[in-house]
Design a protein around this ligand. Sequence first.
Ligand code: ADP
Length: 169
Amino acid sequence: PKRQIRARLFLPHLVASMEEVEQTYIMIKPDGVQRGLVGEIISRFERKGFKLTGLKLFQCPKELAEEHYKDLQSKPFFPKLIDYITSGPVVCMAWEGVGVVASARKLIGATNPLNAEPGTIRGDLAVQTGRNVVHGSDSPDNGKREIGLWFKEGELCAWAAALEPWLVE
Ligand code: ADP
């Protein structure tokens, strides 16, 4: 693909690790936006060393929230979850990196913030499952699915990060 060719031109020594590069969909939920935590949350992924490839503030329509969470359709909390996600703007992000899917889940912490370790986003910044400030894809396949759901093609940006050789050998 185009992205790999471009990366090869600038960073020939990175080709070997390209297969390990994953994409994940991270979303700051309406409570995170309302509470002014956008910068704080983005900076945690930036500082870890992942690459931002998509970013927008977005008011999510009900149909998209239902599609995104379709695996939870039968849960009793599903209607409340849809109300929550559509209650205000969210920040949609695509992040790229080696092992980014599992690593982002670790940075985010357990679903119930009271069980999330200190140092994680939910552990530091939230108290309730129904207000847990951030979403992260749970598998590389879901990462691709969710990025496809929330972003149009022209909204994503492939770029060679100058610092990459200092993050990935
Ligand atoms: P995660 O977001 O950690 O991957 P799940 O996929 O299990 O967790 O659930 C998706 C989202 O649904 C959670 O982040 C949370 O916002 C909401 N949710 C899950 N379980 C509950 C619950 N018991 N009560 C209210 N909301 C819930």
